[in-house]
Design a protein around this ligand. Sequence first.
Ligand code: HT7
Ligand code: ZN
Length: 880
Amino acid sequence: PVEIFRKDYQPLPMIVSKINMDFSIHEGKTMVHSELYIEGNPAVNLADGTDKDLVLDGDETALKLLSITLNEKELEQGKDYILEPGKLILKNPPPKSVLKTTVEIVPEENTQLSGLYKSDSMYCTQCEAMGFRRITYYPDRPDNMAVFERVRLEASKKDYPVLLANGNLLEEGDLDGDRHFAVWSDPFPKPSYLFCCVAGNLGKIADSFTTSSGRKVDLQLFSEPDNVHKLQYAMDSLKRSMKWDEDVYGLEYDLDLYNIVAVNSFNMGAMENKGLNVFNTAYVLADQATATDTDFERVEGVIGHEYFHNWTGNRVTCRDWFQLTLKEGLTVFRDQEFSGDMNSKAVNRIENVQALRARQFAEDAGPMSHPIRPESYISMDNFYTSTVYNKGAEIIRMYQTLLGKDGFRKGMDLYFERHDGSAVTCDDFLAAMADANGVDLSQFSLWYSTPGTPVVSYSYEYDQPSKKFKLTLTQESKSESGPLHIPISVGLLDKNTGEDVVPTTVLDLKKEKQTFEFENLSGDVVPSILRQFSAPVKLVAASGEQDEEALAFLAARDTDGFNKWEAGQVLFTNLIFQVMDGKDKTASKTWDFVKEAFGRTLNDYDSKDYSIVAYALNLPTESTLAELVDVVDPIAIHKSRGHVKRSLAREFHDDLLKRYKALTDAMSSGEFKVDAESIGQRRLRNICMDYLCSIRETPQEQIAAAALAKNHYESATCMTDKVAALNCLASMDGEGASARDEIIKRFYDEAEGDALVLNKWFSIQAMADLPDILDRVKALKAHPDFTLKNPNRCRSLVGAFSMNSAFHDESGAGYRFIREVLEELDPLNPQISSRLAGSLITWKKYDEERGLLMKTELEKLSKLKPISDDMFEIVSRGLK
Ligand code: HT7
Ligand code: ZN
């Protein structure tokens, strides 16, 4: 395996400026004919006489080269061109040449799902990051932007009546026998990773959107015919996204047609191919019977994300793959803002920060830690990470926090003005932001090169005589070029009245240690620091202990929705760790603070922001808790979190039941809606049920819990409630076992083979809290509906189990099981196997015995022969 470095970037001396393609699809064999129009790169001045070779990428394991000509002359291998592993080097072609190649590929055998492959009965492509080289020989890098002038597809009309590619349809027609063809043309120059074509038997829904300048855009969403009725929410989300981008950024869609295709087998969430997005079915299909509220939320977010890429990614793309965050961080930020505007901003922020802490902070604390703009990679597919995406989005959010919304918009306008139609770098983005606002962002640029999560510690004092409040902030990071520029949003609340006496103010923390003074205060205050989570840092008290009285105050009164929630979470966290340390919680002041906050929130019937109430009652997740300790004992975390949950459930049993019943009554007559209020009501009612079902120590309690959850399931009118009930039941044992088994079976039967519902059935069982869970997971792996070939199915069982605390059973059996699965999976789909291997590489975070067991399995994996580059990279980093 070869390591590629950012510092080695060189522009291409020769580029392809135009390409025509012809796909002739036959069962078991597809012929791809390509015509590449080659010219000297105008941006590169080489001295006369210097050889200008054209290096074409081509994966020899996928391509069989049948013919190659240059300007209609057949080429000789060794003389005119050289074939190397992964490359075809064309020796010094004259400028303005036309290279024609014909290759044979076998999509039916493509289990990697990169290039042209078959997902059930449909052919589709996935080219990002380096899939195009598995379709034809080509400079498969994002700085080669070409016009795909004619893309002709030909296939059986009966089996593949729909033929799609990027851009606009030029021609279509019938051919001899059962065959037909379509020719597509995309006027916008694009890199090869945005190429797409699809051939299938598809149903569709169609609609249109009229842009602000009055152009009508046709919108078509395709899926297997049986799923067409689940496409409407995605269509509505697409229209909302188009409107939002016009309203917020003044960005209009540019083609006359926008197509989306849903496919079952897909490695990631979706792909923003120009004018022809491809979506994992899990992120586009949704209806009341099969999708949870979280699924609906995700569909809206991912539809928005891929649509927003049309400008941030497609019109302006990345010069090289090290710049991936240029398009991904920015587009995640845009989709987060869109979702916040469509739903609740506070809920959205809480959910995004929870995800960041659970996944990105964990990644940054392990061997895969890298800056948002990585310095090197072996397999680029391994760098589609939470760091590049989610931390990248936080960096973009910080620009907006520092420059204000108007300043940020000015920067975006200048970015498009300067770079529309080109492939650029993160430095270009930063320069546009700086120049548009006349500010120096050189210190801020360190965020692009600094790995790890910075720690910001705080201390403060109020000086009564001078009525001054002093806040001292200190930063610690892995930056090798001095301190970072960190925006810290702060508000001050009057200690007596709870009023915001100093509204949210952005402090520029630029030095290692800085003191900020607030003057003319009328009395003592409580600071609310890092409001809205204004920077991706860990905030700690310099003294090592947070003032719990202040936290309780903020949990009750902070005007910043995020910090109000956060204060409660810190109290929960403190209590869980006290229990883990064997402290008697009833003797602890923290327990009193937690009880007070929990009871007040639960019994707040005035607030209609049900989701916020629900999140305030929810304990921090096990992965969030794991992030906070130096040595992780997942089983101990699981136990003490469970203990706190049960204690709260017992303490507030009657209140929980009352709230549960009140919500049941309030919701009983309403029709199903996916709006903030309805989602919030379901979320809160399901949390009440979850707490109530956690009380099951005695046989009577087990019977009561099972009855509640079973009744919840039986009266459910939507998937959200069914899943919530099954989640509770799946972990029931003793007297609850028969209800558990009955509902597990019913859920399966009611799924009627629906792939997305079956994924839930697998994952809920894989995450259950049962003593024999590993045997159950092994049995599920042998289930006829299980296959390693479908990434969603694989994630729903194997991925879900790797997040169950039982994965870390001290026998090491969980680790062994994952390693065995990965050995089977790696030859089939390295992108998925290497991702799942992430569950073993964090061994240094665990106690010595566990760590050793994990490391042993990693060592076995490293000896896998053959081993994919993807897996090799993850395992070697994990063993370093
Ligand atoms: N830009 C897309 C990335 C993607 C991808 C990358 C590697 C392998 C398979 C993939 N499928 C999609 C998704 C996005 O961020 O919008
Ligand atoms: Zn993206």
